[in-house]
Design a binder for this molecule. Structure first.
Ligand SMILES: Nc1ncnc2c1ncn2[C@@H]1O[C@H](COP(=O)(O)OP(=O)(O)O)[C@@H](O)[C@H]1O
Ligand SMILES: [Mg+2]
Length: 482
């Protein structure tokens, strides 16, 4: 037992958030931040603008009074009109003006000003201030902006009066309050709406993934034909679906190959067994002479040998595919290896009227499994001899190629049709099954060659021209790579 908690235990501790959840959470957060930023900055702009327009209004008023006091200091009528009438004409945004002489005695006051504002407080708060308006709360709780300025009277000026102006800004404050109300309302709405909409969008976006997962769950070895319809998928997911379909294609292919292989095995095992059984049954049907029994036994023995060879080949292939197969590598002298197989096959080649030539006598060596390489060479040479008519030649050659060894077995035989070439390394594949059967081939020879070369980290290739001959080229690294 390992001390680490298992994956499933960890998963139970921290349940996975769905992708849709994460995406919609991210959308909502981003959306909320945007809404807050946008509305807050608009609020700040609005407040600044309102303040500015109040200030401009006050500055304007002050300017009018300054001009009047300077140009027509004695026209009390006009001054009164300016101060009294205009402020009364307003219903909202009322403003009040008070004029004081140099000793601080009020000369003129907008009616109702004293009722709205604490004038003593106004005077003390605006005294000595610049012309920038300051905030003040009226007697009835209304918000005001107030300012005061000292104004020269007459041209040339004889003395200075003081002007105090106050403006009711409750309209502006109300506007800002309504804005804040809507701000919170919109915030509330978006914080409910964004997650809902975001979740919808995310769900729709990842629906194809769920479909792919559903298909993947459904698939078993008998339903490998199923494919994902990626029509209408966004391109990323269409490519995922495509990759998935390709994988299914490959799986389907290899399952088909395996089941074909199994059928082939069954077929190839049944033939010799049927032969043995048939002969035994016939032999037992009536009494036989000792010679007749001997014939039957000999024929059974032949079939049994064929059978055990076939089983041996199948076992070999099965083992060669296991990832735990070990090679017994040793330093093999290639020239010596070729000489050995050459000498072994020379007699049978010349019996068939074929000359077996060994061109690979250079002193080359590589780290190989010697007995497996002998098997490779004898498979290739017996193929070449079997498919070469009398008078032909089979040539063995070996060359050094960078860090690899190249071995070639070529013949001047019947060749292989182009369409059959890609399949000759397949198990049980025979170009002409009836003919090969007579020569005892099982169609496993080249498959074994390929698997041995693969075990060595090498490769096997075949080229052929119909009627001209065939060449098999083997390449393997000089030094063991695994
Ligand atoms: N040198 C060759 N010349 C022509 N055909 C060949 C040659 N080697 C292999 N073949 C073809 O490839 C098939 C597969 O070869 P192999 O796997 O050795 O199976 P087998 O020899 O048992 O038939 C053979 O049946 C034969 O048709
Ligand atoms: Mg063969």
């Amino acid at each position: 037992m390992s001390s680490k908690p298992s994956r499933s235990a960890l998963a139970a501790l921290h349940p996975r958030k769905t992708l849709a959840f994460r995406l919609s959470a991210a959308y909502s957060l981003a959306g909320l931040i945007l809404v807050i930023l946008a509305t807050a900055s608009l609020y700040i702009v609005l407040r600044t603008e309102l303040n500015r327009s109040t200030e401009l209004f006050l500055a304007d008023k002050l300017h009018v009074l300054q001009t009047m006091l300077r140009e027509r200091p004695d026209d009390g009528e006009a001054l009164n009109e300016e101060i009294e009438l205009e402020s009364q004409a307003r219903r909202y945004q009322q403003f009040y003006i008070r004029l004081l002489d140099e000793r601080g005695v009020p000369i003129m006051t907008t009616s109702g000003m004293a009722e709205q504002l604490d004038l003593v407080e106004l005077a003390s708060r605006t005294r000595g201030r610049s012309e920038r308006p300051i905030a003040m709360v009226g007697r009835h709780g209304k918000p005001f902006r107030v300012t005061s300025a000292s104004v020269a009277v007459g041209t040339p000026p004889t003395h200075n009066d003081t002007v105090q102006i106050a403006i009711d800004i409750s309209q502006e404050d109300d506007l800002l309050a309504r804005y804040r109300f809507w701000f919170w309302g919109i915030l509330l709405m978006t914080s409910v709406l964004f997650p809902l909409v975001g979740f919808r969008i995310a769900r729709d976006g990842i629906r194809p993934v769920e479909e792919i997962a559903a298909i993947a769950r459904r698939i078993t070895s008998t339903s490998l034909r199923e494919r994902i319809e990626s029509e209408g998928y966004p391109s990323e997911l269409a490519s995922l679906a495509g990759t998935f379909n390709e994988m299914l294609e490959r799986l389907e292919e290899s399952f088909e190959r395996i089941s074909r292989f199994t059928a082939d095995i069954a077929h190839d095992l049944r033939t010799p067994v049927n032969n043995i059984r048939g002969e035994a049954e016939v032999a037992l049907a009536r009494p036989r002479t000792a010679d007749e029994y001997r014939d039957v036994l000999e024929s059974s023995l032949e079939e049994s040998v064929r059978l055990s060879e076939l089983i041996g080949d199948l076992l070999f292939l099965a083992r060669a595919e296991s990832p735990f197969t070990e090679l017994h590598r040793e330093t093999v002298n290639i020239g010596e290896l070729l000489t050995t197989v050459h000498d072994y096959y020379e007699a049978s080649a010349s019996d068939a009227g074929i000359s077996l030539v060994n061109d690979g006598t250079e002193p080359l060596s590589a780290e190989l499994d010697r007995s497996l390489m002998l098997r490779v060479m004898s498979n290739l040479i017996s193929n070449a001899i079997a498919h070469t008519p009398p008078g032909g030649t089979v040539t063995l050659a070996a060359k050094n190629e960078d860090a690899a060894i190249r071995i070639e077995v070529s013949d001047t035989g019947v060749g292989i049709p182009v369409e059959a070439l890609p399949r000759v390394f397949d198990r049980f594949f025979r170009v002409d099954p009836s003919r090969s059967k007579a020569s005892g081939g099982t169609g496993l020879g080249l498959a074994i060659v390929l698997s041995i070369l693969t075990l060595h980290g090498g490769s096997a290739e075949i080229t052929s021209q119909l009627g001209r001959g065939t060449r098999v080229t083997l390449r393997m690294p000089v030094l063991a790579t695994r």
